[in-house]
Design a protein around this ligand. Structure first.
Ligand SMILES: *[C@@H]1O[C@H](CO)[C@@H](O)[C@H](O)[C@H]1NC(C)=O
Ligand SMILES: *[C@@H]1O[C@H](CO)[C@@H](O)[C@H](O)[C@H]1NC(C)=O
Ligand SMILES: *[C@@H]1O[C@H](CO)[C@@H](O)[C@H](O)[C@H]1NC(C)=O
Ligand SMILES: *[C@@H]1O[C@H](CO)[C@@H](O)[C@H](O)[C@H]1NC(C)=O
Length: 464
């Protein structure tokens, strides 16, 4: 894996790319690409005449059908019952180091039995060296036999005959031939893997074959999904790195698979994944902290060169992720630029920034449903902007929701505590204080010259 983030590619260049694909379509490519080739051509034409790229792209790529491939099941069997989460990883022989078994071990040992019931792990052994694949399958079946028998682990292979040409491809970005071949094949490896996973689960989690997982990552993902309920997203990111920890809707997989296959030789997989998100009109990255997945590979799968990329937001034992129940936010603070109030409440990296707070100003979270809360944490200021903390404020919880001129509010508030050094953190709220809450309010008690950054508001609800 290599870090490609810096070379941002604009959607303008994607339009170009579509055209380029269109112009470069060749007849000798195998049958499997025919449909995708036609789509690429239509897509290119559509993009030329349309200003609303995202919308037209969605309609064009409205593919619910999967790619017609006969897979080899090297171990395990097709899933009988649709699961909550499919975890997909693709693996090829590396020149140095092999972390696949460690990765599988981490997935299984970091999950509870209950979580495993709702999960299926699909490994695509994508090496064209069938002898190597067989050796790996033997090792895995010895070690993880019970997971295979219980239908939690499937190992597949897509035969070489289905692959588009991998030699003599375009050398975009001045990449060397073997790098182009490597990354192009990797795109197809993942396309075929996603294609198989299309119908297995509600959600699909993309991993690599050299990953360490944090404890109970499935439950952590579940909580985040609950907090995103009703909002539009294409990709949720649970790691900063490459193709690790990217979550998709199972229903998006057929078109994502077609998309990767369509543009397989154009650019590396992580760039394509970003384009896919953008084309489906999710503008910003939605990434969660802490990261749930970490890179363990020391040598990259390409040429065995050193690869020390690490995610410094990873926490192995971080299970206690806040779930921030769905809510509306109201504040009378003047918002600076686009640092909107909701940014303080989402579990992404963004934050709220308000101008010149005065005594009596408020920042109120009004829940859509009554919740029982066990913990509330609010962090203000930023390491880079330590002045913009809340100097004097209190945290209150409210009941009796009412409709007001500006939206909604609660008519009865009780003070829980005061901010200390710009922070508030109250764990173990008892039933009297924490149950049946409808609002949480931050109230400023003294005017301050510095502005106010609310970096995070975390709320843990109790589930019955
Ligand atoms: C995709 O196609 C299905 C049926 O062909 C249709 O019901 C659905 O509305 C389409 N979705 C979009 C986004 O066009
Ligand atoms: C899938 O491909 C096989 C041959 O590879 C063919 O017999 C079959 O009709 C195809 N199915 C569909 C739905 O296109
Ligand atoms: C997905 O599964 C459903 C029911 O299990 C089935 O009816 C449908 O044809 C499947 N779709 C694909 C693309 O395999
Ligand atoms: C919240 O606590 C009350 C008891 O105080 C209980 O009746 C209710 O079911 C709880 N709600 C949830 C969502 O857990």
């Amino acid at each position: 894996m290599r870090c490609y983030w810096k070379r941002a590619v604009t959607s303008g260049s994607l339009l170009f790319l579509c055209l380029f694909v269109y112009l470069c379509l060749r007849d000798e490519e195998p049958k499997i690409l025919e449909k995708d080739r036609r789509l690429a051509r239509e897509l290119a034409m559509q993009q030329l005449y349309s200003e609303r790229n995202g919308q037209s792209f969605r309609e064009l790529l409205n593919l619910s059908s999967t790619i017609n491939i006969t897979y080899q099941y090297l171990a395990g069997f097709p899933v009988l019952r649709k699961k909550f989460l499919a975890v997909g990883l693709s693996s090829v022989r590396r020149k140095r180091g092999n972390y696949l078994q460690e990765t599988l071990k981490s997935i299984f040992t970091q999950s509870t039995n209950e979580e495993l019931l709702d999960m299926v792990v699909v490994v695509h052994l994508a090496d064209f060296d069938l002898g190597w694949n067989t050796q790996v399958v033997l090792k895995i079946t010895q070690k993880f036999a019970h997971h295979i028998i219980s239908g939690r682990l499937i190992i597949i292979h897509a035969p070489e005959q289905y692959y588009p040409p991998l030699k003599g491809l375009k050398r975009n970005y001045n990449d060397e031939d073997d790098r182009v071949t490597f990354r192009s094949k990797q795109n197809v490896d993942y396309a075929f893997l996603m294609n198989l996973c299309a119908n297995l689960s509600d959600y699909y989690l993309m991993l690599e074959d050299d990953v360490q997982c944090s404890h109970s990552f499935l439950s952590a993902i579940r909580k985040v999904l609950a907090s995103k309920e009703g909002s539009y997203w294409v990709t949720l990111e649970f790691s900063k790195l490459g193709y690790i920890g990217k979550l998709y809707h199972g229903s998006d997989l057929p078109r994502l698979a077609h998309f990767l296959l369509m543009f397989y030789q154009e650019m590396p997989c992580d760039w394509l994944l970003n384009h896919f998100r953008g084309l489906l009109t999710q503008k910003d990255v939605i990434r969660f902290k802490p990261s749930l997945f970490q890179h363990i590979g020391y040598y990259s799968s390409f040429r065995g060169t050193e690869n020390r990329l690490k995610d410094d937001d990873f926490e192995e034992d971080f299970f206690d992720i806040p779930d921030n129940p769905p809510a509306h936010i109201y504040t009378n603070l003047k918002v600076f630029e686009n640092y909107n109030p909701t940014k303080a409440y989402s579990n992404s990296e963004e934050y709220f920034w308000g101008k010149s707070p005065s005594a009596g100003d408020y920042f109120t979270i009004v829940f859509t449903k009554t919740v029982n809360i066990s913990r509330i944490q609010v962090v203000t200021g930023l390491v880079e902007r330590q002045n913009d903390v809340l100097n004097a404020g209190i945290l209150e919880i409210g009941k009796h929701q009412t409709v007001t001129l500006s939206g909604q509010d609660c008519s009865h508030y009780v003070q829980l505590g005061e901010f200390q050094k710009g922070r508030y953190d109250q764990k173990g709220l008892d039933t009297a204080a924490g149950n049946e809450v409808q609002c949480v309010r931050i109230r400023i008690t003294k005017s301050q010259n510095d502005w106010l950054i609310i970096r995070t508001i975390n709320i843990w609800s109790k589930h019955s």
